[in-house]
Design a protein around this ligand. Structure first.
Ligand SMILES: Cc1cc2nc3c(=O)[nH]c(=O)nc-3n(C[C@H](O)[C@H](O)[C@H](O)COP(=O)(O)OP(=O)(O)OC[C@H]3O[C@@H](n4cnc5c(N)ncnc54)[C@H](O)[C@@H]3O)c2cc1C
Length: 399
């Protein structure tokens, strides 16, 4: 590596400290990229505007749903499969639990809906599952009521169950990946925004307000701040939306424990009627975690209102909690604002800088990226640094 590094540089001017790879943004993607690169022996630097895991981007709020039968499309399957394998390996290595797999339900209205994102999602998921031989069962409302006594169903819903579904502990994963990266020699600079990245000397120079660094390759994974450092990519390519996560008090937390309580993805006739219910992990935050989705009001990471209002709690509870679950109270133990960074078609955006193949830009969010993140990061590092056999990212390349 050192020789490659030297070949990229002119002699003379100050290029700053030099690395094989600089990772800008250390959230889901960046923490994993740093870990994979450091563990493969590269000289790596990670830079973040905060000190991850933090509450300002897209990777907080304790847990994320994960499913192998990814109704978003079969192109995602190799990544979620590999991510599970990586996280299970990290669990075995460190003794920290990252995945809980009590199974997961998808519940949709019986008729075609106006929801372009989740409409028909049981059928789309069943299709991916059948093609990849992933267990996915269609269940009757009565079967679901027996399995999950706290659920309220109309009785005519279309319901699919994936036994391998579950949750990944997102903040814990980011922290662990960063710890392991540092343990393998990665250098990190936190509470420091990168202000510019420019192709230079066969690699790229990364500028902060205080200093600059040079690397043979740069991976930019800045989530909701994606547009700030993505030259040549249409500013409208991604939009940032404010999403709210609630932890409602429950009568019997054990009824919702991750040992047996599955996640529930529960779309309705419109996007406003979507909710997701998360099992309570051991040692988790008090309360039952639920969230909805909205794409009407866009925002930015800089200007977003991070306060959750009482009327937002009341509205969500009356529309999407009380009619669907029993044993959940209208008061919240906690709430949080989290950011989706979405493309127009909800697929990921992974691209090279228009002037340099040495710089990769990645925005794998659109509200469903965490489950794929550590494998995507591994593939991005492999693709940037020419590792043979890296997983193919072409399904996500836009230009
Ligand atoms: C409410 C919610 C629910 C979700 N549910 C699911 C789910 O159930 N399942 C699932 O798979 N996915 C889910 N997702 C999506 C998933 O969480 C995201 O895809 C993933 O977290 C995105 O990771 P990221 O690395 O792109 O961004 P982030 O983790 O936000 O990381 C970006 C990092 O870049 C840093 N940064 C920004 N600008 C700069 C700069 N100029 N210089 C240095 N650093 C910078 C930030 O500080 C941040 O740490 C959900 C997302 C949200 C918000």
């Amino acid at each position: 590596m050192a020789n490659d590094l030297q070949r990229g540089l002119d002699s003379g001017p100050d290029h700053g400290e030099q690395f094989d790879l600089i990772v800008v943004g250390l959230g889901a993607i960046g923490s994993a990229a740093l870990m994979h690169a450091a563990r493969s022996g590269m000289r790596v630097l990670g830079i973040d505007r905060y000190d991850p895991p933090h509450n300002f981007g897209s990777s907080h709020a304790e847990s994320r749903i994960t499913r192998l039968a990814v109704g978003e499309g079969p192109q995602y399957l190799p990544f979620v499969r590999r991510s599970h394998q990586i996280w299970r390996d990290l669990e075995a290595e460190t003794g920290q639990q990252l995945l809980h797999q009590p199974g997961g339900y998808i519940i949709t209205p019986p008729t075609k809906t106006q929801d372009p994102r989740w409409g028909n999602f049981v059928d789309r998921t069943a299709d991916v599952a059948a093609r990849a031989a992933i267990p996915f069962e269609i269940r009757t409302p009565d079967q679901v009521r027996t399995h999950v006594p706290r659920i309220r169903l109309q009785g005519d819903e279309k319901i699919g169950f994936e036994p391998t579904g579950g949750i990944v502990m997102c903040e814990r994963a980011v922290k662990l990946q960063l710890d392991l990266a540092r343990g393998s020699g990665a250098k990190t600079v936190t509470d420091t925004p990168v202000v510019a990245i420019e192709p230079a000397h066969g690699g790229a120079t990364v500028h902060t307000e205080q200093t600059h660094y040079w690397a043979q390759n740069v991976l930019v994974a800045t989530g909701a701040w994606f547009s700030d450092l993505a030259p040549g990519i249409d500013a409208q390519a991604v939009t940032v939306t404010r999403q709210i996560v609630f932890w409602f008090h429950v009568d019997e937390p054990e009824d919702f424990a991750a040992e047996h309580f599955p996640f529930i993805l529960w779309p309705g006739q419109t996007i406003a009627e979507y909710s997701a219910v998360f099992p309570i992990p051991p040692g988790g935050r008090p309360g039952l975690k639920l969230l909805g989705e909205q794409f009407v009001e866009t925002t930015t990471a800089k200007t977003v209102d991070r306060q959750v209002k009482q009327h937002e709690v009341d509205d969500f509870y009356s529309r999407l909690v009380a009619p669907r679950l029993t044993g959940v109270n209208p008061t919240v133990a906690h709430s949080a604002v989290c950011l989706y960074t979405s493309t127009k078609d909800d697929h990921f955006l992974i691209d090279r800088h228009p002037e340099s193949d040495q710089i990769m830009l990645a925005s794998p969010c659109s509200g469903h990226g965490f489950k794929h993140s550590t494998a995507l990061a591994e593939a991005m590092v492999g693709s940037l640094t020419g590792v043979a056999g890296s997983r193919d990212l072409s399904a996500f390349v836009r230009q």
